[in-house]
Structure formats: structure tokens, C-alpha cells
Design a protein around this ligand. Sequence first.
Ligand code: DP6
Length: 335
Amino acid sequence: LTKSDVVKIVLENRQSEPSEFGEAFAPANIALAKYWGKRDEELNLPRTSSLSVSLGEYGSYTKISQNGNGDSYTLNGQAVATDSTFARRLGLYLDLFRPAKDFFFRVETVNSIPTAAGLASSASGFAALAFALNDFFQWHLDKTAISILARLGSGSACRSVYNGFVEWQAGIEESGMDSFALPLPHTWPDLCLGLIEISSEEKPVSSRAGMKRTVETSVLYKSWPEKTEKDLERLKTAIEKKDFELLGQTAESNALAMHATMIAAWPPLLYWLPKSLETIHKIHRLRDDGLPVYFTMDAGANIKLLFEVKDMDDVRCQFENIKIIRPFDRPGEKV
Ligand code: DP6
């Protein structure tokens, strides 16, 4: 199946009636049990389920309207060059939704994710875009349908459809109609995330290319599905019981196992920089000294800390330039 087949299934017989504009916000998310490896590259169908936490007010706001002659995109108020990777990826995604060949879009996106945090914005970006398209064309789709549409842009985007803890169920169907995100019914008001930027440079290999290479060449990849399934269950238990140690240990171990599969790929994928390793050692030292702080990492050099609000001051004074986010804070409440 192609993306366009799936769009047809999702939209059923809905007409795409453009309104003046459509707009939406979607949060960024950080996976605690990672999505790493696809069973279908066209549809971004994963080999395993994954679990993330959304970042509340930190994410992407997108406004979409019709544009006269060719697409036009802005990011944080700046025009996006049409020959950039970003514009090409967006254009291909929008091709799925043009009511006519000569229908063009104007897309304005503003990211509220602190730029210094080194967080990917494709997840919140595609989720906000899917919501904005739904608003613009007045499809009245439910969140399951939006999650599927967001996944066609970027796998992890399907989780950015909800706030709080979110599980992306891998599903088994070829069409991927059973592969979407669902929210978990638990909050954790004391949970804190700390974003530590190690490098602001673009990563050498994208997640997309990295996971493909890992699946194709890494001898360690065969143990990944089993590891992630176990971690997912452990995380659910931790969340249900508010067992922070179990949450932290499981998330850190899952991220390290993912990096192990990457390092064993060929050519090797080693996203860590000296500063990443230095920070990991520091986290382990702090833990040995009694401070319950854990970390997770994605396909890049940056580090995301996990800790509880009671330890916020201690954590803050250990890490210069840390950006602290409380995912379960009420909107507008600043740390
Ligand atoms: C390491 O969702 O960016 O962040 O589906 O190819 O767009 P595509 O990949 P993407 O991969 C994210 C990988 C990860 C783990 C995660 O977010 O679960």
C-alpha cells in the first residue's frame, strides 16, 4: 500500500472543502521506550510498540491556508528555502492532500520548543500539520485518524496527537489502520524532564536512515523487539504505581540498548560526542551519590534527564543551561 491509499481509507468519502484557514498546536514528545526500526518504510509502520511523554506547551503551532502560485512555507517567521530537505519533505506530504494538482498551500509553523534544547520537531510538526489540515478541510476526523495521518509524515508524530503518556500500538495490519497512538490514563505531576543540549549541529545521519541501516546490518537488532516489549510493560507498571526508580531505570536501559544496536550497525552509528559521554558519567556519579536522576537519548548527541520535582534544585545546579520541563503542569504554569 502507498501513503495515498491509506489517506483514501482514512478520509473515506469525505470532501476536502477548504475554509479560510486551519490551525492547530501539537506537543513534542520524548520516547521512554523507543520506536527504532520499521516493518514498512512507506507507511512508517514500526516493528514494536513504543511509549512516550508529551511536552505540554512545548511543540509546534501550524496555520495552513490556500496559496496562489506554488507552496510557501515559513518556520518561526522565516521563509523556508524551496530546495531544502524540510520543504521537500513537507511538499511530498502535502501532495497527499491537494484537492487538485494546481492547489497550493501556505504553511506557517512556529516552534515553541526551546531551540537550544536540541529537540527534534518533526514529531510535533507533522502532528500539528495533520490537525491543521483536518481543521482547514473540515474533515471532522477523530484522533485515531489524525494519529494515522501524522504517522505518514513521521512515525513518532503519531504520538504527538495526545498530551501526557502515550502508547503507539505497533499493530499488525498491512494497511497500518491498527497502528496509531492512544493516551495512557495516568498523570505524574512530579515528573520532570531536563533537556541538555550537547550539540546544536544537525545530526550526521537522520533517524529515518539510521533505523533502516540498523535493521539491515546490526547483529544486535534481533534482540531489540523483545527488549522493547519488556520495557514497555515495565514502564506501564512504573507509571501506574508511580515507581520513579523503575521508570528511570527502564527508560535509560531502553535508550542504551537502542544505541547498542546502532553502534553494532555498519557503517557504525555513533551519535555520542565526548560531552555526551561525560554527561552520562556525571549522571551515574550523581546517582551513586544518592540523587535519583536518569536519562534518555534519541538518535543524536543530546541528553534528556528524568527526575522528580523534589530534586529539581539539586539537578538544576549540577547542569549548566539545563531546560526543565514539567510535562504534567497545567498550561501557563512556568517552572
Ligand atoms: C530515536 O519518527 O523521526 O526518536 O518515522 O522515519 O520519520 P521516521 O522516524 P522518526 O524516528 C524517531 C526515532 C527516535 C525514537 C522515538 O521517538 O521513538
